[in-house]
Write a protein of this length. Sequence first.
Length: 293
Amino acid sequence: MRIFVTGGSGWIGSAVIPELISVGHQVLALARSGASAEAVTKLGADVLRGDLTDTEVLIKGAADTDGVIHLAYRHDLGQADGAEADAAAIDAFIDTLAGSDKPLVVTGATLNKSGRVATERDELIAEGPVAARIVNLQTARAAAHRGVRTSLVMIPRSVHGDGERHGFIPQLINRARATGVSGYLGDGQNRWPAVHVQDAAALYRLALEEAAAGSVLYAVGEEGVAVRDIAETIGRHLNVPAQSLPATDFGPPLSMLLSADMPASSAITRELLGWTPIHPGLVEDIELGHYFT
């Protein structure tokens, strides 16, 4: 198949493109800048120049290919405008693909269910600061009734691997270097789900190829990694102490994220698609040392 990918030069997209090409798919990647175009070209993709806000470009990309993987999100536009741009992009894809039964894979985030492990069966409820993004996911999922083979790939907060420079782990490492302490909140036993970026890329490919219309898939390699274990691993590599710190030392939004207990399961996804994560877990990946070079 020839697949249109948005966000192809991003952290996850740069793993998804080679994954698709490795099994014989061709890729057309949206590129907003010359640097993005160069990056996706090096990965083996063809380039379609344009922006996520360019509806006509998105329609062309979807119409000229056999399916869409939508990874891009304009965080730089702010919360409201970013969600609005995302909604317009999803609407454009749905209208273009309606009646074709072509795949449309849309990216979301694993849910946070207080006091229990989140699963693929949890209802998508539009509430809180991410309400608008949840509405977009609801819209994408409902497009299954319009003859679009939509699926949602829900990504955990930590997508790790060699080359990650701007995510959760690099932030904690940078803070530990700057302060001389690898910190966590409380007893540090709150858990974060995690996945290696290469395993996530494999799930996107499986979703594209095999997922039933309306599927919700959790790209979770590890159900929950204790934040204290992460902090202690970082501390060992930097030769600094790992210890509990007050929330004021981190400031928002990092303190809120560090205090959250948000385990998530991918048991249903694994059963549906035969997805089996094979790459190192989060702590093992940190231990490999590439985050510190």
